[in-house]
Design a protein around this ligand. Structure first.
Ligand code: B12
Length: 327
């Protein structure tokens, strides 16, 4: 689609100014509620026509009248228009001071965080995340805000809606918050320990960091080694700390011929029995090697939690029977 030369198509910035809706709200309404379907240029940028702008204005008015976006997003533009006209007439008839809703509904924590990222405002992002911990608790913040925030920032970067500077700012603030929250989970003295890392040449770190946070919340002592670590270093740390599990995150590349060698070396250094759990979007593409080396592919954070719980029960039982834990 040739959008650049077509003056009847508008960028998200123009639509934002015409509707008074922040760009991240417009994107969130599209992604989460399918409220609007913009066209895409060859470079995957969003473009909107006048009808889209009118629809967004109606959606804004409906939410300003106190309606939830999820309840109105599926309506046709005509139905929306009728609804909004009805609301406006009712509001005009209401006695003065009857509590008509004239302010925009307050942004949720995810929208507030995205807005802070868009404005390259690290301090505001940090504040929203810290407030989120208080209002939601850390586990819920992780699930409802941090994970979707990182994914949204990633998608917006891919779409050309954010720059790499935005991603770096978001990653750096989130990293700080995750580390500081993890340090609040003091494991019991007999807690099992786990190493979390990404192998050599796997530079994407945020997935590993989230996995580390999940393990900390599950009561494990976490030895977090970060990204891009050679097998020898992971194995040395595992030996020094006597860990019960090594968890690895694989995100990119999906076809590193040297990774198979790294994993083979790691398995040899760790011995045959120490569980190696491997997850992340690239993990499945190394499945034959993982199977061969008895590394367990873990497809989701939920499954990861289950694995940790199962292992914990198993290791308590085997301690009870007097057998040694793997070191
Ligand atoms: C941030 C980012 C970067 C940052 C990383 C910063 C950092 N320190 O982590 C930087 C800028 C360094 C980067 C670099 C590159 N990146 Co990049 N990056 C991203 C981006 C935008 C977000 C990644 C992220 O943090 N996601 C959020 C986390 C939470 O998600 P996640 O890692 O997938 O983890 C989740 C799950 O996978 C799972 N999980 C992960 N690990 C584990 C482990 C276990 C045990 C379990 C159970 C679960 C689990 O849990 C997590 C939570 O749900 C993605 C796009 C995207 N939408 O994901 C591209 C992306 C991953 N990058 C990509 C590319 C191509 C690159 C570069 C090659 C770009 C370049 N041309 O230089 C380089 C790589 C250089 C290299 N040497 O490898 C591609 C990969 C494409 C592919 N798969 O083939 C992506 C998908 C973007 C794209 N579509 O083009 N990148």
């Amino acid at each position: 689609m040739s959008t650049r030369t077509n003056p009847t198509l508008h960028s998200i910035g123009v639509v934002s100014r015409r509707t008074g809706l922040k760009p991240d709200v417009i994107r969130a309404w599209e992604r989460r509620y399918k409220a609007i379907e913009p066209r895409r240029s060859e470079t995957n940028r969003r473009f909107y026509d006048d009808e889209d702008v009118a629809r967004l204005l109606l959606l804004r008015k409906a939410t300003l009248a106190g309606r939830q976006i999820g309840q109105v997003s599926h309506l046709s533009t005509e139905e929306l228009r009728e609804l909004v006209e009805g609301d406006e007439a009712a509001i005009a008839r209401a006695p003065r001071g009857a509590g008509t809703v004239l302010d925009a509904p307050e942004d949720g924590p995810l929208e507030a965080c995205l807005s802070a990222v868009e404005n390259l405002d690290g301090q505001a992002l940090q504040l929203h995340l810290e407030r989120g911990v208080i209002e939601l608790t850390f586990p819920k913040l992780l699930e409802q805000v941090i994970e979707p925030l990182l994914v949204a920032v990633g998608t917006m970067w891919q779409d050309g809606d954010l720059r790499i500077a935005h991603e770096h700012l978001a990653s750096s603030v989130v990293r700080g918050v995750l580390h500081s929250q993890m340090s609040n989970y003091v494991p019991p003295t007999n807690a099992p320990s786990i190493i979390v890392a990404t192998p050599a040449r796997q530079v994407h770190e945020m997935g590993a960091l989230i996995v580390a946070a999940v393990a900390a919340m599950e009561g494990w002592r976490v030895v977090y080694l970060g990204a891009d670590l050679p097998a020898d270093e992971i194995a040395a740390a595992a030996r020094l700390k006597g860990v019960e599990i090594v968890a690895l995150s694989l995100v990119y590349p999906v076809d590193d011929p040297k990774l198979n060698g790294e994993l083979t070396r790691l398995r040899r250094l760790l011995g045959e029995t120490l569980p190696i759990l491997v997850g992340g979007v690239a993990a499945q593409s190394y499945q034959p090697t993982l199977n061969q080396l008895s590394c367990r592919f873990v497809g989701s954070l939920g499954r990861f939690r289950e694995e940790l719980r199962r292992h914990r029960v198993g290791s308590v039982e085997s301690r009870g029977r007097g057998s040694k834990t793997v070191e």
